[in-house]
Design a protein around this ligand. Structure first.
Ligand code: KIV
Ligand code: NA
Length: 270
């Protein structure tokens, strides 16, 4: 049996083939994504995409752990990372360790992702030195929606760009295996990718990044309306589902479904 892709293997991809990553929150999706991808993330975006919450702040460690466990059970190839939700790691490195360990113990995922700049680098070091691989997340950090005053692209001024470079470098120095760059100016994404020795995974960053990640619902036409500028819709699965459901409802309503072939204890004609 082939081994699941490991964190060191993802790190070794730097400068080689680009890493393809997507989010997944559930077994049926994870099963469909697994073969093609290098990495699957249980994103805290499930707060918004899966639960219809206005932002990502309210999802809990237990919810994230349950989603992650479903994804790990349904996969055997892609490396699985799980987001540390808001409030589960910012208080202290020790708090972060307890919650990261719980996420990995419940789910079997291979590491965690956490949002934060220089201030969170000590936390990254604390986790990595204790056996928990960390994927850092800088630039547009949705858990900072209230300090940002909305979801907007970051690093547009020289000063802001320099700060994001320092954020990424601090996590690299702390032992992060990679950095997600979200919603930043393209030249900045390129520059950070060229500067770091660890892989960068872009979402609204730059084609130069070492890998890309998107929210699966956005690429499949399942996010119900507007998709972000950085996403691309690769299929309209939503239309397929709507048509199948319409057909099912119409067959139930007309009595065409179920037939006797779907029933138990029906005598076969000789
Ligand atoms: O929560 C999420 O889905 C993410 C990725 C899109 C990077 O953090
Ligand atoms: Na996230």
């Amino acid at each position: 049996q082939a081994q699941r892709i490991s964190v060191p293997q993802l790190m070794a991809s730097k400068g080689g083939r680009k890493l393809a990553a997507l989010t997944s929150y559930s077994a049926p999706f994870a099963r469909l994504l697994d073969d093609a991808l290098d990495m699957i993330l249980i994103g805290d975006s499930t707060a918004m995409v899966g639960y219809g919450m206005p932002d990502t702040l309210s999802i809990t460690v237990e919810q994230m752990a349950a989603h992650a466990a479903a994804v790990v059970r349904a996969t055997e190839h892609a490396c699985v990372m799980v987001d540390m939700p808001f409030g589960s790691f910012q208080e202290s490195p020790a708090q972060a360790f307890v919650n990261a360990a719980r996420l990995l113990a419940v789910s079997g995922a291979s590491g965690v992702k956490l949002e934060g700049g220089v201030a969170m680098a000590d936390t990254t070091r604390f986790l990595v030195e204790r056996g928990i691989p960390v994927l850092a997340h800088v630039g547009l950090m949705p858990q900072y929606v209230n300090t940002m005053g909305g979801f907007k692209a970051q690093g547009m001024t020289q000063e802001a760009a320099e700060r994001i470079v320092r954020d990424a470098q601090a996590h690299e120095a702390a032992g992060a295996w990679g950095v997600v760059l979200e919603g930043i100016a393209e030249p900045l994404g390129r520059r950070i990718t060229e500067t770091l020795r660890i892989p960068t995974i872009g979402i609204g960053a730059s084609p130069a990044c070492d890998g890309q990640i998107l929210v699966t619902e956005d690429i499949l036409g399942l996010s119900g309306g507007r998709i972000p500028k950085f996403a691309k819709q690769f299929a309209d699965v939503g239309a397929v589902i709507r048509e199948a459901v319409r057909q099912y409802a119409s067959e139930v309503q007309s009595g065409a479904f179920p037939g006797l072939e779907h029933c138990f204890g029906v005598k076969k004609p000789d």
